[in-house]
Design a binder for this molecule. Structure first.
Ligand code: KIV
Length: 288
């Protein structure tokens, strides 16, 4: 028996234009910023669809429409091929399915690196078409002028340093970053530059723990760790990873469920019942 509150009933007539099923206020970027340091850590998960957003929303402070949808939804080898259209459509679905969490949408590779003006055109499109609160960009010092440009023009930006998956073709893979002193120093400097440029929070991904702790101590905005440190101001995981939808479990992922196993069991039973004609029964049949 489900214990889900009534807010989670899938109601296709409910949209952002209508009142929320239960009155509640969505978390804002300034309120997230205020959560820096020591208090209750920020909870973030990725979300890509309306139903997933509905289920995650009551428990999360932020929902990230990550470009990890490349692998999770589209079966692509990496995030480089993700388009603005994908991010806009999935972002809008997640906003429609959530009422409490702040929704942040990843800017896809190639949509913000060329110039601050290019970034503004694409980030403003994402905010207009999705209703999300903010965008996320990957990169360090080189992106600081762009982050400043966006934040000064009304677009809140979440940074992302350390392992930056959009740079997979430069990095050559997804190994942990910051093993050499020089690389560690660069990652810390990147995070400081991103924070000083006005980012309201920073994802730190796939770095040695000491680097995440140093950044968290140095920057004025909340840090959100993934493969980083419990001392970050918050944590994020790819939802499908933590729910056990995939066989591969990276070191930084904790599997909280075996959803792949649950689905396999249910579908196996359905297939057996169809083949043995024990589904449908009279309960599922309309009789005159
Ligand atoms: O795309 C994504 O899901 C992300 C998180 C892993 C931080 O960027």
């Amino acid at each position: 028996m489900s214990t889900l509150p009534k807010t989670l009933t899938l109601d296709t007539s409910t949209s952002r234009a209508n009142p929320t099923p239960q009155p509640m206020k969505r978390l804002t970027v300034p309120r997230i910023r205020q959560r820096k340091g020591g208090g209750e850590p920020l909870v973030m998960l990725t979300a890509y669809t309306v139903r997933q957003a509905q289920l995650l929303d009551p428990h999360c402070d932020m929902l990230l429409v990550g470009d990890s949808l490349a692998q999770v939804i589209y079966g692509l080898p990496h995030t480089v091929a993700v388009t603005m259209e994908m991010m806009a459509l999935h972002g809008a679905a997640v906003v429609r399915g959530s009422y409490h969490a702040a929704v942040i949408v990843d800017m896809p590779f190639g949509s913000y690196e060329a110039s601050p003006e290019q970034a503004f055109a694409n980030a403003s499109r994402l905010l207009k078409e999705t209703g999300a609160a903010a965008v996320k960009v990957e990169g360090g010092k080189v992106l600081a002028p762009t982050i400043e440009f966006l934040t000064q023009r009304g677009i809140p930006v979440m940074g992302h340093v350390g392992l930056t998956p959009q740079a997979v073709n430069i990095l050559g893979g997804y190994g942990v970053r910051g093993k050499s002193d020089e690389e560690a120093r660069t990652i810390v400097e990147d995070a400081v530059a991103v924070a000083q440029a006005g980012a309201f929070s920073i994802v730190i991904e796939g770095v040695l723990e000491s680097i995440a702790i140093e950044i968290t101590g140095k920057v004025a905005c909340p840090t959100i760790g993934i493969g980083a440190s419990a001392q970050c101001d918050g944590q994020v995981l790819v939802t499908d990873d933590m729910l056990g939808m995939f066989e591969r479990v990276p070191k930084f992922v904790k599997r909280y469920q075996d959803m792949a196993g649950v689905i396999d069991g249910a579908v196996k039973e359905y297939a057996q019942q169809v083949r043995s004609r024990s589904f449908p029964t009279d309960d599922q049949i309309y009789k005159g």
